[in-house]
Design a protein around this ligand. Sequence first.
Ligand SMILES: Nc1ncnc2c1ncn2[C@@H]1O[C@H](COP(=O)(O)OP(=O)(O)OP(=O)(O)O)[C@@H](O)[C@H]1O
Ligand SMILES: [Mg+2]
Length: 674
Amino acid sequence: MPFRRMVQRLLDLPLRRKLILSFLAIIAIGGILTLLVGTRIEHQTIISLAEAKVRHDLASAWMVYEERLNSLRDTVRLRARQEDLREALGGSDVAGVSGRLDAIRREFGLDVLNLTDARGRVVVRSRSADAPVGDAAARDPLVARALRNETAAGTRIVSRDELLREGDDLAGRAWFQFVSTPMAAARPEDHEDKGMMLVAAAPVIDDSGVLLGVLTGGLLFNRNYDLVDRVKEIVFKGEKYKGHDIGTATLFQDDLRISTNVLDSQGQRAVGTRVSREVKEAVLDRGETYVGRAFVVTAWYITAYRPIHDIAGRTVGMLYVGMLERPYIDLRNRVMATFVGIAALCVLFLIGLLSFVARRITRPLAVMVDATGKIASGDLAHRVRAESQDEIGQLARAFNRMTDELSLAQEDLTQWGRTLERRVEERTRELRDTQDQLVVSEKLASLGKMAAGVAHEINNPLTAILLNSHLLLERPGLDPGEEEALRLIADETTRCAGIVGGLLDFARQTPSQAAPTDINDIVDRTLQLLEMQASVRNIRIEKALDRTLPAIEIDKNKIQQVFSNLAINACEAMPTGGTLAVASLMSRDGTHIEITFTDTGVGIPKENIPRLFDPFFTTKSFGTGLGLAVSYGIIRQRGGTILVRSVVGKGTVFTVRIPLIPPREDKRIEEAPL
Ligand SMILES: Nc1ncnc2c1ncn2[C@@H]1O[C@H](COP(=O)(O)OP(=O)(O)OP(=O)(O)O)[C@@H](O)[C@H]1O
Ligand SMILES: [Mg+2]
């Protein structure tokens, strides 16, 4: 699954990148969330501030509207009290009063200023002196009130007929062809011919309090921009934003813009357009005040609308104020940009900090990895620097400790290896010796058989010769020549018998008289016999005997013969003197007693070693070569062995090894050469 692979790939990234990436992810998520929430809060704050302001502005605009209404009412009421109106209504000077009323009308910027009689019929139309009069104005509820002796003022929808009566120009001003407006509610008609007028009516009363007539003043709002421009000036102080008026005001007659300073795309006042259905429904249908964002003609505004009622309480139009939304949006964007900028700086700083921290963590690890590699390749002397007191420092110290122990262990191992090598060498040598010994003993066994055969065959004739020569010698009357010859025969025959006896000693092994004996005693006795001879030859004898050795079962005469043979051989090997050292000791494994004869004599050439124990092997002109052969036979019969080590020119060591426990009788016979 690709997601799992992606996760795996992320997990396989180097530690440093992983750290930075995960922190960045946290920063990014946090940043985006903050940004979203921040934007929302900020937008709401700014917009609700703007809405509060526009609500307040609407109240101010309404005050301007009311002030206009009040000033109209005051003007009309004050004028109604003037003497000339009473006189005119008395019938004296209607034309004169018409001129004066027209002057006032112009002075106060009114569109209509009419005078009716006590029955509500128009007697003076100040706007046009020659316009027809006599029509009943009493249908106007305000006039009706004035006829009831009340001053009244309010907003009124005026029909086209009424407007035409006041003047064609007014009807023309009021007339609007609807400009199609996308969001407006549908209306069956396509134009407006009525007008919306601010009207005040005041009674004209004579001194005795009798109502003579009514003075009515009116101000047609359609295409009269005084009020909206005044609102703009007072409320918004004519403030502009990028060449556009920030604040706008509009008067609606029903849903139709009849007076406004909102401009259309051609820069004309956008009269003739209509309000959106949403606003119409809220304000005109439900009579509410509407505050909110609205698209007005060409741009978005933050707007407020309130209904305008006529004197009977019917909703006849609306007063609107609106502020361009743009400055607020720009303000919001500026705040957001600052916010994002600061956030970006923070992120940059965090990334810097992060990579610093990540490096602090990962660099020692990389060093450690490198060190591990070095140690793995055998450089046990390598150490890492442990500077900090944190976990990384602890790790480095533990690592160094481990390396210390490793190198100690390695040293031990090397030592062990060396010891082992030496032991193997030793064992190998011992094995080789044993093997040599085996070869020798096998050879000697067959030699023994032959020697025994020969000795046996020769022994009988020799005995006969010896016997007969002695018998002949005992004969009386032998001449000296014969006697000497016979004695020579007897002597040489005796010598031969001696040799044959020796051979038999080697081969057949005469039965031993074994008894528990201290081997050191035999050594002492042998050397004692030799002392004289040795000192003559300038030979020093040294003894190193282990006096704690147990007594063992041996035939002491035979063993003495062996020791004596070895000691004599040693002395003969040192013709110009030297040292003969004799030692006795227990073998390392505790199974044998060992007696060594060490001389500082001429030594034995390597090629002679295998033949040393052969009968008749000798390098001496007077020797028989039976000494070692006989000795070997004796020791072998006891279950032991004789070992030789020699260096030519330095000396020789003969070691006699005798087992503590003698071999069983049957085995001894079996192993014997004969
Ligand atoms: N300690 C030694 N140093 C040097 N060579 C020795 C030593 N012992 C024995 N030999 C050699 O071994 C040979 C055999 O010795 P062995 O004792 O069997 O006979 P031999 O001494 O020659 O004669 P015999 O002992 O019969 O008088 C000797 O001739 C001598 O060459
Ligand atoms: Mg000898």
